[in-house]
Structures are given as structure tokens and as C-alpha cells.
Design a protein around this ligand. Structure first.
Ligand code: SF4
Length: 432
């Protein structure tokens, strides 16, 4: 094993996990280690947590554990993805405008009052700009996002006309209760209390008896209707039907907000293409649903109580996994065949290699130990190339590289394939 250089000495240290390479924003050498302490099962369950655990318990656990050696935030630092950030910005804009409409007692965005309101907010574009800033700010302090923040922000800002249209389409169909909406609302109550009549945005439903909670985008209560509305910035999905049905259950069982146990009379999923009206569960169906979520919750808690929790590798699960660099199941040989379909059409893929020597000023020779979806190339030579100066690999390092560009096509090539690092690539040290 070679002596670590001054620049990389930290990788040999128990408490150091990596650092950004000077002069090379975008390429960071991290140590990829499982958490020192696996997280405990969630104290309260939500639909998204349940679905995440059911999809892959290991993924939930790796993402939820604390990594104090990396940062002060909770969980593994997420990598910003532009498509996800765009959806978050639209959703935040919907939340902002809906809340303002409710407070102003508007019935729709076409009210004269709503027009004045939007002017006071600076217009849709200004609202979107503010939301983009707030979304990007959430990544400040995230060491995995530091080099991407500027690009992410400017990329999102170029999309504002499109994001504004998405928000306007959804808001254009919104019908509220006007002045009646604010008649019985506790004034921005800090304490939870009965909700009688009105429109309530971003309401958290809680059922301590079940240890479940959920956040509803909009709850509209009138004499005739009790409607739960959820904005959806993606495409239709059966999980959304389950989610809004669980909201109906939680609303009916939330003894603080709904002490009379009033049932939801309408469930609405608001997509860009149109609203989907879901028939609310009857009292008998709610009982069945309650039993189902309790059973699934217990199974999920058992799954994440294992140390480590089981991993469910699959093309769908692993392709978008934010913590796959930490997951030995993903990088194991038996998973490679299964993941062949992940290999990116644009030749971006994940590679594990061992550095065997320097090739040039910013390139190294290596031996492939894993090539996502191409197990046949394991053991072959390759060249790792950084497009800028700054990466400081050492002979003997075993690296996991996410989202590297592979050229030429590895099959049948007479020359060793070249693995090139780009701005989205991440380099993790897993052994030395
Ligand atoms: S890489 Fe795949 S198997 Fe591993 S945690 Fe992620 S989703 Fe699960």
C-alpha cells in the first residue's frame, strides 16, 4: 500500500471521508462507508417513508443515517437533480399562491382580488424566482451539492417560463370558498384545534394512536363538502391514489383537527393534464385501509430494524438511488447481470476500478472491478481521465465512480476504454 500524499492523507484517517479536490470543482474524492450507526425505524410513519422502505429498506437506512464526519445535516447529503428541483419549485409556488389566495378570501385566481394579490406578490414569474432561490438555498451547506448549486440555480432560472406555465395551469382550476374560507379558521393557530369551515393549506394530519402523519396540500371544508386536494407535479401514479386515501383515513382519525370524525367527501389529485377525482373510502373501507397500513408499517419497521437492512437491487431501484455508492449489494458481482439495463444510452455509467499507476498529468491506469451492467469487462484495463487538473489518485486506490463517461464503447474495443469525469461525476474511495 502506498504512502498517502499530503493532499490525500485524510482518506487514511478514520474520521475523514474526503474533500473537494482543489482546482477541480465537480470532482470530489470521498470515502464511501456505511454509517457507523444504522438509523432506528421511524417514530412516525408517512406514505412516502413507507413506500421508500418497501422499495428498498437498505436505501432508506443509508439515506436516513447520520454522517457527522461529512456534514451536520440529517441523513446522507442528497445530490440535487434538476428535474426534481423543478418539481419542488413548482410545488412551492403552488403552496405559496394557494396560501395567499386563502388568506385573501379569493374563490379562484380569476377573482379581481386574486389579480391584485398576484400583482402584490410580483407576478407568477417573481413567485417562481423566489421559490427557485428557496429550493436552491436548501442545498447550502450540502457538501455534495456545493459545486452544482450555481449551475442548478441558473438552469432552473432558465426554466421559469415553463415552470410558471405548469403552476398557472394547476392554479387555474383551483376553486376555493372565498370569504367563507376565512370565517372559522383559527388565526394561524400554533396549536392544533378543530377545523370547521374554510380552506386550509399545508395542513399536517396526525394520528398518534397509529403513529402516522401526513401533510395535505389543501383541505376545503364547507357545509356540503369535505375535500382533500393534493397537487401533483409529476405523472399519474397508483401510489398517489393510495396516498390520498391514507390522507382521508388520517383526516377522519385526527381527533384534534376533526373531533367529530367527519369523513372526506371528495379526494382530488390535481395534475397538469387535469384533475383526477378519487372516490373517498367508505367507513368500512377505511377500516380495511387502517388494517393494511398498520400491517405494512409493522413490516417496514421490522425491515429497517435489521442491521444492515436488506437491499433490493433492481434496475428501477438502483438507477436513481442517491446512496448507491455506499451499497455493497449494488457493487456486488451477482447484481451486475441484473442491472445490465441500467447502462446509460449516453454512455454514462457507474464504474468501480483499482488504480494501478499514473497514465498522464491528469489520467491514471486502472483495472475495472465493476462496470454497471457489463460484468464481462471486469478485470480489464482502463484509463481514468479527469478533464481538469486537480484529481489526485494514488496507486492502489479502489474507486467507485458515479456517472462517468465511458469511451469508446467498451465491447470489442481494442484500446482500453477511457473513463472520463464530468461535472456530474462523483468519485468515492472504497479502499486503499
Ligand atoms: S443501490 Fe439499489 S439495492 Fe442498494 S440501496 Fe440503492 S436501491 Fe437499494
Amino acid at each position: 500500500m502506498s504512502e498517502p500524499s499530503e493532499r490525500n492523507r485524510g482518506f487514511d484517517c478514520e474520521n475523514s471521508v474526503g474533500r473537494e479536490c482543489r482546482g477541480m470543482p465537480g470532482v470530489v474524492l470521498w470515502n464511501a462507508r456505511e454509517p457507523a450507526v444504522w438509523p432506528r425505524p421511524p417514530q412516525e410513519m408517512t406514505v412516502s417513508t413507507l413506500l421508500e422502505i418497501e422499495t428498498c429498506p437498505r436505501r432508506w437506512a443509508l439515506a436516513s443515517a447520520d454522517y457527522p464526519e461529512i456534514w451536520a445535516g440529517h441523513g446522507y447529503p442528497p445530490k440535487p437533480q434538476i428535474s426534481g428541483l423543478a418539481g419542488s419549485a413548482v410545488h412551492l409556488a403552488l403552496e405559496t399562491v394557494t396560501k395567499a389566495l386563502v388568506h385573501a378570501g379569493c374563490t379562484s385566481v380569476r377573482d379581481a382580488g386574486a389579480v391584485r394579490l398576484m400583482k402584490s406578490l410580483g407576478g407568477y414569474s417573481k413567485v417562481l424566482e423566489d421559490c427557485v432561490d428557496r429550493i436552491v438555498e436548501r442545498f447550502v451547506g450540502n457538501p455534495r451539492a456545493a459545486h452544482l448549486l450555481e449551475n442548478s440555480g441558473s438552469s432552473l432560472r432558465t426554466q421559469i417560463p415553463e415552470l410558471r406555465t405548469r403552476a398557472q395551469v394547476l392554479l387555474g382550476r383551483l376553486r376555493l370558498l372565498g370569504r367563507k374560507a376565512i370565517a372559522d379558521r383559527p388565526s394561524e393557530a400554533k396549536t392544533r384545534g378543530p377545523l370547521l369551515h374554510g380552506a386550509f393549506s399545508e395542513i399536517e394530519l396526525r394520528v398518534p394512536r397509529l403513529r402516522w402523519k401526513g401533510r395535505v396540500d389543501l383541505l376545503i371544508l364547507s357545509d356540503d363538502e369535505c375535500e382533500i386536494l393534493d397537487f401533483k407535479t409529476g405523472t399519474e401514479n397508483d401510489q398517489h391514489l393510495f396516498q390520498v386515501s391514507v390522507y382521508a383515513l388520517l383526516w377522519g382519525q385526527d381527533v384534534e383537527l376533526n373531533p367529530t370524525g367527519r369523513l372526506a367527501s371528495r379526494l382530488r389529485l390535481a395534475y397538469r393534464a387535469g384533475d383526477v377525482i378519487v372516490t373517498p373510502p367508505s367507513a368500512a373501507e377505511l377500516t380495511v385501509l387502517e388494517n393494511e397500513i398498520v400491517t405494512r408499517q409493522e413490516a417496514a419497521e421490522r425491515a429497517v430494524a435489521k442491521k444492515p437492512p436488506d437491499a433490493y437491487p433492481s434496475a428501477d431501484n438502483c438507477h436513481s438511488c442517491n446512496v448507491r455508492q455506499l451499497c455493497d449489494a449494488y457493487w456486488g458481482p451477482e447484481t451486475q447481470e441484473q442491472l445490465a439495463m441500467i447502462a446509460d444510452e449516453n454512455q454514462f455509467s457507474d464504474v468501480e476500478l483499482r488504480v494501478i499507476g499514473r497514465h498522464g498529468p491528469s489520467s491514471w491506469d486502472g483495472v475495472i472491478e465493476f462496470f454497471c451492467g457489463k460484468p464481462g469487462v471486469v478485470g480489464k484495463r482502463c484509463v481514468l481521465r479527469a478533464s481538469q487538473q486537480g484529481l489526485d489518485c494514488q496507486t492502489g486506490m479502489r474507486l467507485r465512480i458515479l456517472h462517468a463517461r465511458i469511451t469508446p464503447t467498451i465491447d470489442g474495443a481494442s484500446q482500453p476504454p477511457v473513463i472520463t469525469l464530468g461535472v456530474n461525476s462523483e468519485v468515492y474511495v472504497v479502499g486503499w
